[in-house]
Design a protein around this ligand. Structure first.
Ligand code: ASP
Length: 342
């Protein structure tokens, strides 16, 4: 039987064409997708493309649009074998992370892809990214089960776990990497899946968790920052959780006014997550003296989670849990393969 794949177009460079006279990039009508990529008709599968409202630059992505994408997948879940979401690369790692928390227990692939050059340009990376993403979304094993049953990003010959991925280049075709987790597949002459790396959730039922709480902040530590500047951020009336990007394995300056601010915030019911600014490796609170105080104050270690996954996971947990303790407990666990089990 032919596989059925639903393409969901949200915007980004991939769906743009250059106006011949002006050179300006404009979104093309996705109903005419096959005019732009005639190769699609040669794929042996049933493809349907839908646009999610007006195409956007992914810098304008937000939790409401994540909900719309997730809802579209839920509404069409039984009718399709897989889903491909066309998305700008700038915030693709956030969307992939958010969708992985919103759609737990997936038995089918949700593949996000995009491109660095518009699909209408001669050297575009968009065609290969799109065609291989569709093939991955349709791929089944010998028993007829989907090979990929999670949210993933396909870009430049690699498939990555969505919530492990980060955008690493503004210009290179290899725009993404998942520094702390192996690639799920590599596309060459064949698409080689790493079955050990893929998430195994087939027996579970899809659980749709659309609620996200956006009262979340991000603070990147740098030498010489002033605690005063951040006082309003650590205010429980405004912010329910703060993700801190610390140095190395989770270290921060040994600054008593900063510790007092965090202590008061946590006493008031705020949640503080410690992630590392480093590209690879993980937080180990207590390894150095400059992170031991975080343990005493009740700061939650993010281990090797990406900032993108930390932000969207805390939004998801705040939107769905009934107590601060439950949020902290679940944050420490790996829910959909987003971090190493601690
Ligand atoms: N600014 C664009 C976006 O993220 C870049 C891209 O599509 O890659 O929507």
């Amino acid at each position: 039987m032919e596989s059925k794949v639903l393409l969901i177009y949200t915007g980004g460079t991939i769906g743009m064409i250059e106006e011949p006279e002006t050179g300006v990039l404009t979104a093309f009508d996705f109903d005419h997708l096959s005019n732009q990529i005639p190769e699609l008709s040669r794929l042996n599968m049933e493809l349907k493309a839908v646009s999610l409202g007006m195409p956007i630059d992914s810098s304008d992505m937000n939790p409401e649009i994540w909900q719309d994408i997730a809802q579209l997948i839920v509404d069409n879940y039984e009718d399709y074998d897989g889903f491909v979401v066309l998305h700008g690369s700038d915030t693709m790692a956030f969307t992939a992370s958010a969708l992985s928390f919103m759609l737990q227990g997936l038995r089918k692939p949700v593949i996000l892809t995009g491109s660095q050059l518009p699909i209408g340009t001669i050297r575009t990376d968009g065609k290969e990214n799109l065609i291989t993403s569709i093939e991955i979304a349709a791929a089944k094993d010998n028993e007829g089960n989907a090979i990929v049953s999670e949210v993933a990003i396909y870009f430049e010959y690699s498939l990555y776990r969505g919530n492990r991925t980060t955008k690493v280049s503004a210009n290179a075709f290899e725009a993404f990497l998942s520094p702390n987790y192996p690639e799920l597949a590599v596309a060459g002459v064949d698409i080689r899946f790493d079955t050990n790396a893929l998430l195994k959730t087939r027996k579970r039922q899809l659980r749709f968790n659309p609620k996200m709480d956006d009262r979340v902040a991000l603070m990147k530590i740098f030498p010489g920052f002033s605690t005063k500047v951040y006082e309003r951020l650590f205010d429980i009336e405004q912010t329910r959780a703060v993700v801190i990007e610390s140095f190395g394995s989770g270290n921060v300056p040994n600054n008593s006014s900063f510790y007092d601010m965090i202590d008061n915030y946590i006493q008031d019911g705020g949640i503080v997550i410690n992630t590392t600014q480093c590209y690879t490796g993980n937080v180990e609170q207590g390894k150095y003296a400059n992170s031991t105080t975080f343990n005493k104050l009740g700061v939650v270690s993010g281990s090797d989670i990406t900032t993108e996954a930390a932000i969207t996971k805390i939004m998801y947990l705040l939107g769905n849990c009934t107590s601060t303790e439950e949020v902290k407990t679940l944050f420490a666990q790996s829910l959909v393969g987003e971090k190493n089990e601690s």
